[in-house]
Structures are given as structure tokens and as C-alpha cells.
Design a protein around this ligand. Structure first.
Ligand SMILES: [Fe+2]
Ligand SMILES: [Fe+2]
Length: 427
């Protein structure tokens, strides 16, 4: 029997929580920011995600008879994330960002010294990250730096951190991690050359204002290229410049720059961009979807992650969406999956699954039967409808952990569509 459940006065649902041992809890105190909520024995949040906790607070609460619980790992849908960032380092980065960005806004230029300082800040943050759990999630606290206000600064730091952690989780190459962090951090630097009234304007922009705003991609490239122009011996990685220039290009709709060009919507062009730049575009959209601004309430992480999944083949390619979600979905969603058992999903099956050319994809509807720990995009499904031929098909169950030809490209949100699929399934 679990020793916790033998203790008296515990009204918390023990199947969902586990008590934190004293030594583990002590490690969390100090100038660290929690990326998860800590609950008391009555299931009230006692320490909130995104806040730092001190040893004094722990002792005080402990003396009041409060015990500390975190949500238990879910056997089915992955590890709960308990990773932490150093608040000091995060604050330093955000403060330095605010001062660097305001000086760039005044001069229109970024100096090489500012670039080097930024690089140093990012590396310091990254070094702190290395001592933590590589497979945990540090991302629940991203919004905590919002007390530095200024949307562009916070957004830049957030996208820098998201890009850093994406690369950190998928690559063991320190250079790549550093470069992608910088590319994320500097992607919107061009906005500093766009009039502040336009950048900060609530609501929609006029056509003229919108055209000015679209220029932030080219301006970003120019700011970065200028650093090299004035200090020719200093190199800025092409990837960082491309991040600024191409982060708004999209897979099958026109992005920008070059939105008017004939090949503007070309998938070929998009797919030739470095993977880092394409993923950076997804990090950018994720942060925009979850950010609350004075004129718009941000989405919760689960809603935003499902929205990104549903942008497969549209804003982003299926494989990039899967790379992003595989690396970050559990961390961003506090260890929980983004699809439920019983949900209806649309599957893209490469032609190979039916013995044809891989490029001739077909589409199917399926129901999610069983979710597996740590594999949010690879449940067992039951395929029951051929969406390409628009008719029912023999039902087959498929374990997406071992089927390389099928990928989830939509989770069905629309209630009429859900109802229709439910009827087909019952027939
Ligand atoms: Fe942008
Ligand atoms: Fe952005």
C-alpha cells in the first residue's frame, strides 16, 4: 500500500497526486521558478507555477501542517514535467532584452557588442538548463516574464526559449542549440524599425499599416546583416538572418516576404528553408496563440497545440508539426496529451500504405482507441472511413507507434463533424 495513503487527514485524491519528499522539495527552494503547481492535502494550489518559492515559505507552510503534492505521473499519457529554470537568469535575459531593444529602436541598429551580450545571456540560460532534466518541461513559466511588459521583448524571449528547448530536446549539438536560440530570440528584431504606433496598435491594421508591418522580416535581415557590414570580421550565422527573413513563410499559403511573387506559395521554396527556420515559425505562432495582449485573451496551451496540429498541410508541413509537437507538446501541456481517447482524427496515409507512390497520400477518419505514455501523437486508432473516396471502409485497428505511413493531421473539433462521424461509426 502506498505509504502516503496510510497517513491521516488526507483528503486529496491519491490516484492523481503524489507527495513530494522533503529532499526533493528542498531542491526547489531558492531563486527558482516552478514550472508546475504544488498542491496541499486538500487539493488547493499552495505554490503556483511561474512563481519562485523560498525555504522560509516551505518551513512556514510545513509548520502549519501543510503537506505538498504534485500531480502524479500519468501512466498513459506521459511524464509530468518538473523541470525548473533559474529565475535569476531568466530575469537577466528579460531585463537585458528590454534595454537592448530600446536602444535598437532609437538607433535603428544593433551593435556587435549587444549581439555578443545577448549570445552570452542565452548561453548562460542554456548552461543552467543542462543540469536539469532534459526530458522535463520548463515551459509552463514562459509567461511569467510578462512583468517586463512590452509585447515584442517578451515575445522574443519566449520564442528564443521555445526554439532553444526544441533544439535542446532534438539535437545534441551545442552549436545548433545556441544558433537556434539566437534565431528565435532575434526573429522579430526588424519590428524595432517599424513605427511603434503600428507595432502596438490594438485591433486590425489598415492596408498601408499592414504593408509597413510586413517589412519587419526584411528589416530584421538588414539589422543583422548591418552588424557584419560595420564589423566585417564579425560573422552572424546565416541561419539567424534567415530566421528573421523567413519566419512568416508558410507551407501552402502565401507567407511573406515575397508574398506577391508567383512562387510565393511554393511548397518547394518552403521546404528548402532550413528545418530550424521552419520550426521557428511554429514556435512563433505558438507564442502568439497563447499570449494575452490588451486586446485579445490568449489560448491555453492545449487549445494552441491542437490548433497547431490542425494547421498541418496548411501553415506548416505535417512532418514539421509532428517534429514540434513530439518535442514540446507534453512539456507545454504539463505532461498531458492533446488528444483524448474516443476523439475523432483525420489521418494522412502516405501512398506507400496502399502500395503506391509515397507522394500520393490518402486521407482517412479514425477514432482514438488507446493513448500511450510519452507518445501523444501515436495512439492506437481504429480507421473506419476513407475520406479520399468518401465512403466507409473495413475497420482496422492500427498502432501508430509502429505505423510509419500514417500520421494524424487533424483532431476533429467541429461538433457537427463529430456528430456525423459518430453516426457513421454506429451504422
Ligand atoms: Fe514576425
Ligand atoms: Fe514573432
Amino acid at each position: 500500500m502506498n505509504p502516503i495513503s496510510q497517513k491521516e487527514n488526507v483528503s486529496i485524491d491519491l490516484s492523481r497526486y503524489e507527495e513530494i519528499s522533503h529532499s526533493f522539495f528542498e531542491k526547489l527552494s531558492g531563486e527558482k521558478v516552478l514550472s508546475f503547481n504544488i498542491f496541499d492535502q486538500n487539493e488547493n494550489i499552495i505554490f503556483q507555477a511561474g512563481k519562485a518559492i523560498t525555504k522560509d515559505e516551505i518551513v512556514e507552510k510545513s509548520n502549519q501542517g501543510i503537506r505538498f503534492f504534485i500531480p502524479r505521473l500519468s501512466e498513459k499519457i506521459g511524464n509530468y514535467d518538473y523541470e525548473i529554470f533559474s529565475k535569476d537568469k531568466l530575469c537577466t535575459l528579460a531585463e537585458n532584452t528590454a534595454s537592448t531593444y530600446s536602444s535598437i529602436r532609437q538607433t535603428g541598429k544593433m551593435t556587435y557588442d549587444q549581439y555578443v551580450q545577448t549570445h552570452r545571456d542565452m548561453v548562460e540560460l542554456l548552461t543552467g538548463l543542462k543540469s536539469e532534466d532534459r526530458y522535463g518541461g520548463v515551459l509552463g513559466l514562459l509567461k511569467d516574464i510578462s512583468n517586463f511588459d512590452y509585447y515584442t521583448y517578451v515575445h522574443s524571449v519566449n520564442v528564443g526559449l521555445l526554439s532553444m528547448i526544441y533544439q535542446y530536446k532534438t539535437s545534441y549539438n551545442a552549436d545548433r542549440i545556441r544558433t537556434m536560440s539566437m534565431a528565435g530570440y532575434l526573429h522579430d528584431i526588424g519590428k524595432l524599425r517599424i513605427s511603434k504606433e503600428i507595432v502596438d496598435k490594438p485591433g486590425s491594421l489598415s492596408k498601408q499599416e499592414m504593408n509597413a508591418m510586413l517589412e519587419h522580416t526584411r528589416e530584421g535581415y538588414r539589422i543583422l546583416a548591418d552588424i557584419e557590414k560595420y564589423s566585417p570580421q564579425k560573422k552572424i550565422s546565416d541561419l539567424i538572418k534567415f530566421g528573421a527573413l523567413f519566419h512568416h513563410r508558410k507551407f501552402s499559403i502565401y507567407g511573406y516576404p515575397n508574398r506577391k511573387e508567383r512562387d510565393g506559395a511554393s511548397r518547394e521554396f518552403y521546404l528548402k528553408l532550413p528545418e530550424e527556420v521552419r520550426i521557428l515559425g511554429i514556435c512563433d505562432v505558438y507564442d502568439a496563440l497563447t499570449t494575452t495582449t490588451p486586446w485579445r485573451q490568449g489560448n491555453d496551451s492545449r487549445t494552441a497545440l491542437r490548433a497547431i496540429l490542425n494547421m498541418s498541410n496548411y501553415y506548416f508541413s505535417v512532418s514539421d508539426v509532428h517534429l514540434f509537437l513530439k518535442a514540446l507538446a507534453l512539456s507545454l501541456n504539463h505532461g498531458r496529451g492533446i488528444i483524448d481517447e474516443g476523439s475523432f482524427v483525420m489521418i494522412e496515409a502516405s501512398g506507400k500504405s496502399i502500395g503506391k507512390e509515397p507522394s500520393s497520400a490518402v486521407y482517412e477518419f479514425a477514432r482514438v482507441i488507446e493513448l500511450f505514455k510519452g507518445r501523444p501523437l501515436n495512439p492506437r486508432i481504429e480507421v473506419f472511413y476513407d475520406a479520399t473516396l468518401n465512403k466507409k471502409r473495413n475497420r482496422i485497428q492500427i498502432d501508430l507507434r509502429s505505423d510509419n505511413y500514417r500520421k494524424i493531421v487533424r483532431v476533429i473539433e467541429n461538433s457537427r463533424m463529430n456528430e456525423m462521424l459518430r453516426k457513421v461509426l454506429m451504422e
